[in-house]
Design a protein. Structure first.
Length: 448
C-alpha cells in the first residue's frame, strides 16, 4: 500500500526482480508506478479498499495510517499485515553479510555508492533514490552482500539486525517524531547495538555520541577527517565535476578515491562506503573501481542541463545541513557565477521548527526563489508557512522572492537568471519542474 513511495517502491521492485508476484495501490500514477508495472507489478490507483490480486502478505508504510482502506480490508480478511520495516528486516535476516545505511543526510547516496562499490559481491540493494546508472532504486546481483537504506523518520531503525550498521550523521530532524536530538540518538544507539559492526562518521557529533554509547558492545570503525579516524581523509580536491579523495587506512597506507559526483558531502559518503566495504572484507581495489563507476543518484546534485550560459542542477536537500552542503557544492561548480536557488520547504512541522535555520542556510545563495510548503496534509490551524524562512534569508541580505506555485517560480527565474548563473532547484516536491521548464521554455528570457 503506497507502492509509489521511495522506500516502498524500492522493496516492491526488489521483490519483483526476485520473482515474487507484486501488487499494490497508490493515490496517483507516477513514473515510479509506471516503472514498477514495467517490472511486472499490478497497481491500482486510489485507496478503495480492494486488494489487487490474491496477496499472501500486505505491506504498509508510515506514510499511510492504519485506517487505510486496504490495510483495514486485509486485517478483516485475516491476512498478515506488516510494516515496510518488517519486510526489510526479513530481507536483512536472509543473508549473513547485510548492511543498513542510516543518518539524517546522505543515506540514499551512500547506499547506492556501496552497492556500486562491492560489485559482483552484491546480492541485492534497496535505496531511497534512483541510481543514475540503472534508473532504479533497487537491484539484484550474483553475490552475497545485501545493502539497504534505513529510514529513521518513524523510529523503525530498531527493527534491523544487520551485520554492519552505518551511521553518517545524526541531526535534529523529524520534529513530528522525535522530542530532540538526544531522543533520536537513543534510537540510533539501539540500532547500532543490534549490529555486529558499526561504521560511523567521527566528524559528526551525533554519530560520535552514538559510538560512545555503544562502546564495547559493537565493533566500531570510524571514518572522517579527525586524526583518530580509522580511515582518515587527508584531502579532498575538485576534479572536473567530481572529486579526488586521499585517505589513510588503518594500515597507514594512503589511497586515492575518484568519484564523478560533486561536493565534499558526496566525497565523505564515498569514504563511508569504502570503509564499510573494508569491514565486509572486500578488496580495496574492487571498492576503488566500483566507486569510480558511480554516476550519482537522481535529485542529489544532479545535472539537469545547460542553455544560453545557464546551468541547472537539482537537489533533494531540505534540511539546513544538507542545504548548506549543496549550495557549497553549487558554488564550487558555478566557478565565479551566481547561484540561484529555487527552494520548496518540506512539511509543516519541519518548516515551523527549522524555518530560521533553513533561511540562514539558503542565504548563502545569491538569489532565493521560495515556494510554498510541500505537504500531503492540509496546513494545521495556526501553523506557519514560509514566513520564517523568508525573513531569515532577507535578514542576511540575500534577495528572496516568495512565489505561489511552480509556474510562478519558473517565470521569476526566467527574469532573474543571466549567463554564468547556476540554478539549483531544492526540495522534496515538484520543484525540479522549475529547472526543466527554465531550460525548455523560459531561458530565452535570460538577460545578456
Amino acid at each position: 500500500m503506497g507502492i509509489g513511495g521511495a522506500g516502498m517502491s524500492s522493496l516492491a521492485l526488489l521483490l519483483a526482480q526476485r520473482g515474487s508476484t507484486v501488487t499494490g495501490s497508490d493515490v496517483r500514477s507516477t513514473t515510479v508506478t509506471d516503472r514498477l508495472q514495467a517490472a511486472g507489478a499490478t497497481i491500482s490507483i486510489g485507496h478503495t479498499g480492494a486488494l489487487p490480486g490474491s496477496p499472501s502478505l500486505v505491506i504498509w508504510s508510515s506514510a499511510l495510517g492504519t485506517d487505510n482502506p486496504e490495510v483495514a480490508a486485509a486485517s478483516r480478511a485475516g491476512l498478515p499485515v506488516v510494516h515496510r520495516s518488517q519486510l526489510l528486516a526479513h530481507l536483512v535476516a536472509e543473508v549473513k553479510d547485510s548492511v543498513i545505511v542510516a543518518g539524517t543526510h546522505g543515506k540514499s547516496t551512500t547506499t547506492a555508492m556501496l552497492a556500486s562499490a562491492v560489485g559482483v559481491h552484491l546480492s541485492g540493494w534497496s535505496g531511497g533514490g534512483d541510481m543514475i546508472a540503472t534508473g532504479a532504486n533497487a537491484g539484484t546481483g550474483p553475490g552475497d552482500i545485501f545493502v539497504a537504506e534505513g529510514d529513521e523518520s518513524d523510529r523503525s531503525l530498531t527493527a534491523y539486525r544487520p551485520e554492519v550498521a552505518v551511521i553518517l550523521t545524526v541531526d535534529d530532524d523529524h520534529p513530528e517524531t522525535y522530542v530532540d536530538r538526544d531522543d533520536a540518538i537513543s534510537v540510533y544507539a539501539e540500532f547500532a547495538r543490534n549490529a555486529n559492526a558499526l561504521v560511523f562518521s567521527v566528524d559528526d557529533e551525533g554519530a560520535r555520541h552514538v559510538a560512545e554509547l555503544v562502546d564495547g558492545q559493537t565493533l566500531a570503525v570510524a571514518y572522517g577527517r579527525s586524526a583518530n579516524a580509522d580511515v582518515r581523509v587527508t584531502g579532498i580536491r575538485p576534479d572536473g565535476t567530481g572529486s579526488l579523495i586521499t585517505l589513510r587506512g588503518p594500515d597507514g597506507v594512503e589511497t586515492t578515491l575518484g568519484i564523478a559526483v560533486p561536493g565534499d558531502a558526496a566525497a565523505m559518503n564515498a569514504v563511508a562506503a569504502y570503509t564499510t566495504g573494508l569491514v565486509l572484507g572486500i578488496d580495496p581495489g574492487t571498492l576503488i573501481a566500483g566507486l569510480a563507476t558511480f554516476a550519482g543518484v537522481a535529485r542529489r546534485m544532479t545535472p539537469v542541463g545547460d542553455a544560453d550560459g545557464v546551468t541547472v542542477m537539482d537537489s533533494f536537500a531540505h534540511h539546513p545541513t544538507a542545504v548548506t552542503a549543496d549550495i557549497g557544492a553549487a558554488r564550487q561548480l558555478a566557478d565565479g557565477g551566481r547561484v540561484v536557488v529555487v527552494f520548496e520547504p518540506s512539511g509543516w512541522t519541519r518548516t515551523a521548527a527549522l524555518g530560521e535555520s533553513i533561511g540562514r542556510a539558503l542565504a548563502e545563495a545569491d538569489e532565493v526563489v521560495l515556494l510554498p510548503v510541500h505537504s500531503l496534509l492540509d496546513s494545521p490551524i495556526g501553523q506557519v508557512g514560509t514566513e520564517k524562512v523568508a525573513a531569515a534569508v532577507a535578514e542576511h541580505g540575500t534577495p528572496v522572492h516568495a512565489v505561489p506555485d511552480i509556474t510562478a517560480a519558473g517565470e521569476v527565474c526566467g527574469e532573474l537568471v543571466r549567463p554564468g548563473d547556476l540554478v539549483l532547484t531544492m526540495g522534496t516536491g515538484a520543484v525540479a519542474e522549475v529547472g526543466e521548464a527554465l531550460l525548455a521554455h523560459t531561458v530565452s528570457a535570460v538577460r545578456s
